[in-house]
Ligand binder design. Sequence first.
Ligand code: NOJ
Length: 509
Amino acid sequence: MEAPWWREAVVYEIYVRSFADASGDGVGDLAGVRQRLPYLAELGVDAIWLAPFYRSPMTDGGYDVADYRDVDPLFGTLADFDAMVADAHELGLRVIVDIVPNHSSAEHPWFQAALRGEGRERYLFREGGTRPPNNWQSVFGGPAWTRLPDGQWYLHLFDPSQPDFNWRNPEVHAEFLDVLRFWLDRGVDGFRIDVAMGLYKAEGLPDTPPGKQAFKAESPIWGRPEVHEVYRQWRKVLDSYPGERMAVGEVWTDSAEDLALYLRPDELHQSFNFAWLEAPWSATAFRTVIDDTMVTGTAPTWVLSNHDVVRPVTRYGEGLVNSTTGLARARAALLTMLALPGSAYLYQGEELGLPEVKDLPPEVRQDPVFARSGGKIPGRDGCRVPLPWSGIAEPYGFSPEAVDPWLPQPPEWAALTAERQSSDPGSTLAFCRQALRIRRELRASLPDRITWLDSPEDALFFTRDSLTCAVNCGTDPVRLPPHEELLISSAPVNDGILPPDTAAWLRTP
Ligand code: NOJ
């Protein structure tokens, strides 16, 4: 039987407000996505995942949903959505949308009603005195509880404008099953589930042990066993539609074993494998992550970048003198990731080798993390700066006219536009296109396991029959393993010698 489409897919994450702006208001939108779909088809990805575009006050970039069944006017209309999906499908691209079941926006009608004292059992309200009901901290900093003027407290694991739903209430289940059907009926191919391990909280809402709020199963906040029943129900809905609809969970756990629980055959199809993204630039660390991932035997996924983390070009270059090392490593890590069995998630701009924008002035920063930490934590705006498409000055083709994009783009991005890189065979964009093309050609013939080959200590060599991948994380050049042909490398490779911070794909006998 042929593998389902998502098993070896390359999925491209679109953070809609920073991707492409067709309306000319400085904010990306669905019509902008639609216009740029041919670029994505040419890049060679199989699917797109759209971060939330639903009605929202945008306190947390749309992860604060006020209406799960409508498009925010900032991003367009439901008709724009339908037209975008139709074009995507026409181009052979699948469409995954985000679903945010842990919390709504405070502007959601249910929470508005709760503020008036109606239907509070849909959220987590508790009596309390002047102190919060327990010691839980918000992921964005500060207490996870906010007190209303009438004295009751409500729980928000994120911003106070994101009240947590009460998943012990059947009405919440019914609502989300209906929301799933709403988007499935509109033709989406899958869902990315936000904070998928967060929905249930331990009965009685006991204090967390002091210290770090680990994602362990023993935590009263994360990974409660009851959550699995939700995904069993969701799986039934997905399976009731034709065309291999799927779900990928944003599941943060402490171990690959805990992660595997979400991937049982009647639950989620995939989950993000954040261990790869969190690993430092080290052959040992990469090898551990790969081994841990492969050992669980469930549909592996790989991801280096998303709208919540510092871009890999900057992450891998942190503290280094040579300013080009970060990009070299990001390209090598990407090539390595694309050689592994399973599916890979790319984040917009990764194909352009964009760095994190670290010097955004405080007054333009919008991530609630910045404000809630009193400006101590920069937050995630630096990886959300609108994409540079063309031209030599802001907005670099992001918007049709000379409008200011919602976050300023740095002048250095003139050299990194998609247009400029398209005509440069040595660019990161050209490199990504080539890697994705080769991956497509080979993937059907490759086994879903890897075999490690002997390598020098700071390098990794692994093989999947006719494809061998070599990556050098050390400081000395290493000799490549025997091969018939060099298929692609992340930086020039000569005379069979792999320089530091470089990866290569080899055709092997
Ligand atoms: C994870 C999302 O990726 C992030 O952007 C958001 O802030 C939190 N979940 C809360 O919804």
